[in-house]
Design a binder for this molecule. Structure first.
Ligand code: ZN
Length: 193
C-alpha cells in the first residue's frame, strides 16, 4: 500500500542504494517537489545545474540521471508515465506567495514543509536547493526564455519511479502553490520498493 502525503504537507525518509521510489499522483494534476541529500554527508545534494547540463535538456525523463553538486549520480529515472517535470524553480514558499500571488498571510509552502521534515536530519533552510518538481509543467519560450506554469499533465494514477544510486535522505511534498496544481490542493502517494 502506498504512503499518502496530505495536501500542502511533506515528509522525509531514508532511501537506500538499490531501492526504488515510486511517486504517484492519485487524483491527477498535482505536483510533488523532491529533494535528495547524501546520507553520508548532507552537504551533497541534488543539483539542477549539473543535471540539466549533463543531460543537455531541461526536461528530464526515463534514463536521465539526477546528479549531485559533486557530479555523482543520486537518482536515475527508470519509469515515467507523464514525461513532463520541472527542474528549474525553487520550492514554493511564503515569499513566493507574497511576491507572485500578493498573499498578506502566506502559507509556508513546500519550502516550509521541507524545513520542518529535514530539521531532524540536520539540514537547514539555507541548504535547500532547486527541487526536482515532479509533474510540474513549466512551459518555456525558446526565444525569449519566458516561462509559464501550466496545469500538470498527470492524470489519476500516473507515476514516476526513481532508482537510488547512493544512500539518500529524500524529502517529498504535496505542493502548496495554486497555479502549479491547476487551482486545488491534492495528496501525493509514494512507494519504496
Ligand atoms: Zn510547492
Amino acid at each position: 500500500m502506498p504512503e499518502r502525503i496530505p495536501p500542502r504537507s511533506g515528509t522525509a525518509f531514508v532511501l537506500r542504494k538499490g531501492q526504488t521510489l515510486r511517486v504517484i499522483d492519485p487524483t491527477g494534476e498535482q505536483v510533488s517537489d523532491l529533494l535528495a541529500f547524501s546520507q553520508a554527508d548532507v552537504a551533497e545534494a541534488i543539483s539542477s545545474g549539473r543535471s540539466l547540463d549533463y543531460a543537455g535538456r531541461i526536461f528530464l525523463s526515463v534514463g536521465d540521471v539526477i546528479y549531485s553538486n559533486r557530479s555523482r549520480p543520486m537518482l536515475r529515472i527508470v519509469e515515467d508515465t507523464v514525461g513532463r517535470h520541472d527542474f528549474t524553480l525553487t520550492p514554493c514558499s511564503a515569499d513566493t506567495f507574497r511576491i507572485i500571488y500578493g498573499d498578506t498571510e502566506p502559507h509556508h509552502g513546500c519550502q516550509g514543509n521541507f524545513e520542518r521534515v529535514l530539521a531532524p536530519y540536520g539540514i537547514s533552510g539555507d541548504r535547500i536547493p532547486v527541487a526536482f518538481n515532479i509533474f510540474m509543467n513549466v512551459a518555456v519560450d525558446g526565444e525569449t526564455g519566458g516561462i509559464r506554469v501550466d496545469p500538470p499533465r498527470s492524470k489519476a494514477g500516473d507515476y514516476i519511479r526513481f532508482a537510488a544510486e547512493m544512500d539518500l535522505i529524500v524529502a517529498l511534498t504535496a505542493c502548496s502553490a495554486l497555479q502549479s496544481n491547476n487551482g486545488s490542493f491534492k495528496p501525493i502517494d509514494y512507494v519504496i520498493e
